[in-house]
Design a protein around this ligand. Structure first.
Ligand code: GLU
Length: 403
């Protein structure tokens, strides 16, 4: 997803949401683009922190370490975080960070050095009431711990709310580890109820934090997981996969494909399998105009960021497939990040049941609000979600007198 897509998308939405040219300009302009070069072992790696919009609260969003990270992508993701925090109705704006590096090529010590260097480079712009990073692609709780430590050493005081997704010992929240998947479960449960949908067969693309936890949570709730995949490929079993066994195989051998009874399939085949619910949980841009016609699922729950292209969206809408869009479907992660921050600010920590109940309440409320605004509209549910989010951001901007 490039920033050009964001600009095009705002042009398309402008007439539907009655946006003035000044409002469009405001929405497509990030507040700050911070760049640095991080030095590690004599080499330099480009690093970014893009603070897109803070009208509704401090900037919020993850940091990714990936060889393909670039300014344009980080800017797009920072824009989407602005809308995601609005949809989730949490008092944050949107930001994103990244380093162009392959973290798999680094030793633990090097990864720590890189994480600390990132914080040193951007420290003046971070803080619990300024900009609050979190994990994203290939960044973990341990990385958040190093980043917190570096920040606090430099600042000379504790500020656990400056970063979320931390280990519990350093002020993390219970449930944060499974929050993206659990939030998706709550959204899907609401949608299923509204549609009186009976289908139970699920295919999941991606077996990282979101995909694997979604498989476990949905299996526990009586759904049949017919297919899962990871970057090496997927497996399919018509009668359903024993998720716990597949998780063990993945942990032991590195790929779900090593689960012998499963029929091997490719990541592309998984998307068009005979199933009721499709959950893309890995890469962006996987459902395209080329394969959208063959998608058989009637509901798509987007746990990945940006898995469906705009062209595919049109086809899915025509085929009456309901797409539960990323900024709603995967907002459970940032919502529990918000709960983590609230607990850090008050220094009082909640029980697991309380975090789960509050997440459920937030996700249900977000879904139902969008469902009622969508009623009777000609456009798809994603468009309704985006318009709602944009209006919330603009309402805050107007009250501040910025537009
Ligand atoms: N990286 C996650 C996302 O894209 C979580 C962000 C956060 O918790 O701030 O939503």
């Amino acid at each position: 997803m490039t920033f050009n897509h964001v600009v095009q998308f705002l042009q398309t939405l402008a007439p539907l949401a009655n946006l003035s040219p000044a409002e469009v300009t405001l929405l497509e302009t990030p507040n700050h683009v911070h760049k640095a070069e991080l030095h590690l072992n004599g080499k330099k790696y480009p690093a970014f922190r893009i603070q897109f919009n803070n009208a509704r609260g401090p900037y919020k969003g993850g940091i990714r370490f990936h060889p393909e990270v670039n300014e344009d992508e980080v800017k797009s993701l920072a824009f989407w975080m602005t809308l995601k925090t609005a949809v989730a109705d949490i008092p944050f704006g949107g930001g994103k960070g990244g380093v162009t590096i392959d973290p798999k090529s680094l030793s633990g010590k090097e990864l720590e050095e890189l994480s600390r260097a990132y914080v040193r480079a951007f420290r003046p712009y971070l803080g619990s009431s300024i900009d609050i990073p979190a994990p994203d692609v290939y960044t973990t709780g341990q990385i958040m711990a190093w980043m917190l430590d570096e920040y606090e050493q430099q600042a000379g005081h504790h500020d656990p709310g400056m970063i979320t997704g931390k280990p519990l010992e350093l002020g993390g929240s219970l449930v944060r580890d499974i929050a993206t998947a659990l939030g998706g479960v709550f959204v899907l449960e609401e949608a299923v109820q509204k549609l009186k949908f009976k289908g139970k067969r699920i295919a999941i693309q991606g077996f990282g934090n979101a995909g694997m936890n979604a498989a476990k949570l949905f299996a526990d709730r009586g759904f049949t997981i017919v297919a899962v995949s990871d970057s090496k490929g997927g497996i399919y079993a018509q009668q359903g996969l024993p998720v716990d066994e597949v998780v063990t195989i993945k942990e032991k051998t590195g790929s779900v494909q090593n689960y012998p009874p499963g029929q091997k399939i490719s990541n592309e085949e998984l998307l068009t399998l005979n199933c009721d619910i499709l959950i893309p949980s890995a890469l962006s841009g996987v459902i395209t105009e080329k394969n959208a016609h063959q998608v058989k699922a009637k509901i798509i729950l987007e746990l990945a960021n940006g898995p469906t292209t705009p062209e595919a969206d049109k086809i899915l809408h025509q085929n009456k497939t309901l797409v539960l869009p990323d900024i709603l479907a995967n907002a459970g992660g940032v919502t529990v990040s918000y709960f983590e921050w609230v607990q850090n600010q008050s220094g009082y920590y909640w029980k697991e049941e309380e975090v789960r109940a509050r997440l459920r309440e937030k996700m249900k409320a977000a879904f139902n609000q969008l469902w009622s605004t969508w009623a009777g509209k000609k456009y798809d549910f994603r468009t309704a979600t985006y318009i709602h989010a944009i209006q919330k951001v603009l309402a805050a901007e107007k009250l501040r007198g910025r537009v």
